[in-house]
Design a protein around this ligand. Structure first.
Ligand SMILES: Nc1ncnc2c1ncn2[C@@H]1O[C@H](COP(=O)(O)OP(=O)(O)OP(=O)(O)O)[C@@H](O)[C@H]1O
Ligand SMILES: [Mg+2]
Length: 279
C-alpha cells in the first residue's frame, strides 16, 4: 500500500470511528407513543433449526397497560420476551418500541437504556449487600464500580430509593442483607432494582413461581400498582394470580396468538380450554 493509500485508509477509518462515537445514544426521551401502543410486534417469526418458536406473532401493548400472557409450555412466551429485549433476533417481522424505535436493530444494552426492563426468574441481586445498597447499585451506570465508593447520593437519588422501597414494600428491611430475604422479598427487590432505571416497559417472566400465598398476593398488588406509570407484561402459569391482576389476557399457542380478551372471555374460549386450561 502506498503512503497515500495508507493515509486515505486511516482517514476513512477515523471517519467511521467518529461516526460511531457521535451516534446519539437512544434514551427513553426519544420514545414516541403519541399515536398508539408502546410496543408493536408484527408478523414475528423465530425459527430454531426449522422449528418455529414464534410463528407470525402479532401483538400490541398499550402505554401503561398491564398485560398477562398465558399459554402451555413451549408456546413461545419466553422467546417473545427474548425478541423484545434483543436476546433473540426474529427471522421475520417487525418489533417497535413506540413508533420510532426499531428494537430489531438495537443491541441489548441499548434496548435496556431505551426503557425496557426485564425480570428473570432467578433474581440477580447481590446477596452480600443490603437492600439499600442493591438499589443504589441498580442506579449506577457502570456496574463494575460500587457507587458509594465514588459518589455521594444526591437527595433526589436518596428520595428515589425511598420511593422504590415503599413501592415494593421493603422499607422495613432497608438495611437487611439481601441474602437473608425470603424468596418473595428477593423477587420484589429485583423488581425494585429494575424500577431504579425507571423503565417504560417492564417484562416479568413467571414472577410468582415458588412464592407463598401471601407473597403471591403482595406481588399481585405490586404489579397492579406499577401499571399506569409503566407498561407491564407478565407471563405466568398461576391462573389464580393471573385472574387477580388481569385486565387483558393474551393466550399464546405454538408461537401464535390463540385468543385475547378479558379473563372470562379467554377462560370460556373452547380453543383455550382445549390446548391449555382443560387439563
Ligand atoms: N435457544 C433455543 N434453541 C432451540 N429451541 C429453543 C430455544 N429457545 C426456545 N426454544 C424452543 O422454542 C419453543 C418455545 O420456547 P419458550 O421457552 O419460548 O416457551 P414458553 O412459552 O416460555 O414455555 P414455558 O411455559 O415452559 O416457559 C420450545 O419448544 C423451546 O424448546
Ligand atoms: Mg418460558
Amino acid at each position: 500500500m502506498s503512503g497515500l493509500d495508507t493515509l486515505r485508509e486511516t482517514m476513512r477509518r477515523d471517519r467511521v470511528f467518529d461516526f460511531v462515537a457521535r451516534r446519539e445514544p437512544i434514551s427513553s426521551e426519544r420514545l414516541d407513543t403519541r399515536h398508539g401502543p408502546i410496543l408493536y410486534l408484527e408478523s414475528v417469526t423465530v425459527s430454531f433449526d426449522g422449528f418455529k418458536a414464534l410463528n407470525d406473532l402479532t401483538l400490541y401493548i398499550d402505554d401503561g397497560e398491564l398485560r398477562c400472557i398465558i399459554g402451555p409450555n413451549g408456546a413461545g412466551k419466553t422467546t417473545m420476551m427474548d425478541v423484545i429485549t434483543g436476546k433473540t433476533r426474529p427471522d421475520e417481522g417487525t418489533v417497535f418500541f413506540g413508533q420510532n424505535i426499531d428494537l430489531t436493530r438495537l443491541p441489548e444494552p441499548e434496548i435496556a437504556q431505551a426503557g425496557i426492563g426485564r425480570k428473570f426468574q432467578k433474581p440477580t441481586i447481590f446477596e452480600q449487600l443490603s437492600v439499600f445498597e442493591n438499589l443504589e447499585l441498580a442506579m449506577a451506570t457502570d456496574k463494575r464500580v460500587w457507587p458509594s465508593l465514588v459518589m455521594r447520593l444526591s437527595s433526589e437519588q436518596r428520595d428515589r430509593i425511598e420511593e422504590v422501597l415503599n413501592t415494593v414494600g421493603l422499607h422495613a428491611l432497608i438495611y437487611e442483607r439481601a441474602g437473608k430475604l425470603s424468596h418473595g422479598q428477593k423477587q420484589w427487590l429485583e423488581i425494585g432494582m429494575l424500577l431504579m432505571q425507571n423503565p417504560r416497559l417492564l417484562l416479568v417472566d413467571e414472577p410468582v413461581a415458588g412464592m407463598t400465598h401471601q407473597e403471591v398476593e403482595h406481588t399481585a398488588e405490586l404489579l397492579t400498582s406499577l401499571a399506569g406509570k409503566h407498561s407491564v407484561v407478565v407471563v405466568e402459569h398461576d391462573m389464580e394470580f393471573v385472574r387477580s391482576i388481569a385486565r387483558t389476557v393474551t393466550v399464546l399457542h405454538e408461537g401464535h396468538v390463540l385468543a385475547e380478551g378479558d379473563m372470562d372471555e379467554v377462560q370460556n374460549d373452547p380453543k383455550v380450554v382445549e390446548v391449555y386450561l382443560g387439563s
